[in-house]
Ligand binder design. Structure first.
Ligand code: PXL
Length: 278
């Protein structure tokens, strides 16, 4: 018998240029055998890391968009970049409705996309950051980087180099917001990057080799892989390990290539290997 293909609602922006958000999520979920159902929160000509990007906010479309999906069921809901304050409450209602109405609740992954290097992205406000806590409260898994973890927990940002104890304290504060599991991503240690997992019975660290260059879009690759693996029935540990290894391999490849690094991580040649892991 032909197996049915799981569906994931991917709520994120579509940036035409610079590998990130929906273009990354669609590629990764598809190669992992999952149907990505895209909900564009905004359309950008290129992501906000580039000068002179054009931004179209789709906040007004979100409610009718979701309304037309009332009769659909999802195996997962995965949220990323949200373009305005009002979007956060609309997305929250969508998640709550599907959690309560579906026979089997979807796995909810909230990638708390807000900023990096101690700063919020240019389209993000402190008000939005406060509102995002209500999405964190209904998530199965959240995947903040160190900057986002600090903003969410009102912790002073002192760089990406955290001790194990700093990670534990930060993760506990994140879970106090309501998330079942938190993975703090991109913690820097010498020549490594650590991803720190905190769930009910688990505190785990996954370490991979890092390049000296910081690439945009790695957070989107990470949370897309985590979502795909969880929806495919894998454990969070297995998902985080796969995501870390994939990013380590693809960033090293990108650095050694002649392409312009600001275009993001060259992951396309590696996608088929990812699909093979499931
Ligand atoms: O990769 C995160 C991200 C997503 N969406 C947009 C962004 C960024 C990071 O710069 O600008 C529009």
């Amino acid at each position: 018998m032909i197996q049915s293909v799981p569906k994931v609602a991917c709520i994120n922006d579509l940036s035409g240029y610079g590998r990130c958000s929906l273009s990354t999520a669609i590629s990764i979920l598809s190669v992992c055998g999952i149907q990505p159902c895209a909900v564009p929160t905004a359309v950008l000509s290129k992501h906000t890391g580039f000068e002179g990007f054009h931004f179209t906010d789709l906040s007004g479309s979100l409610e009718p968009f979701f309304k037309s999906w009332d009769d659909l069921c999802f195996d997962g809901i995965y949220t990323g970049f949200l373009g305005s304050l009002s979007q956060i409450s609309v997305v929250e209602s969508f998640i709550k409705e599907h959690k309560s109405c579906q026979q089997k609740a979807p796995i909810v992954v909230v990638d708390t996309v807000m900023g990096d290097n101690g700063r919020l992205y240019s389209t993000y406000t402190m008000e939005m950051c406060k509102a995002l806590k209500s999405l964190v409260a209904i998530a199965d898994v959240i995947t903040p980087n160190v900057t986002e973890a600090c903003f969410l927990t009102d912790t002073e940002y002192c760089g990406d180099k955290l001790s194990d104890n700093d990670c534990r304290i930060l993760c506990e504060k994140l879970r106090e917001l309501g998330a079942k599991s938190a993975v703090i991503t991109g913690i820097r240690r010498n020549s490594s990057v650590l991803n720190y997992i905190c769930s009910d019975n688990v505190n785990d660290i996954y370490e991979v080799h890092r390049t000296n260059h910081i690439f945009s879009g790695t957070g989107d690759i990470f949370s897309s892989i985590v979502t795909a693996f969880l929806v495919a029935g894998k454990s969070l540990q297995c998902a985080v390990e796969a995501a870390g290894s994939f990013i380590s391999e693809t960033t090293q490849y990108t650095l050694s290539s002649a392409d312009n690094n600001s275009d993001g991580v060259i992951f396309e040649p590696f996608l088929k290997n990812l699909g093979g892991l499931l």
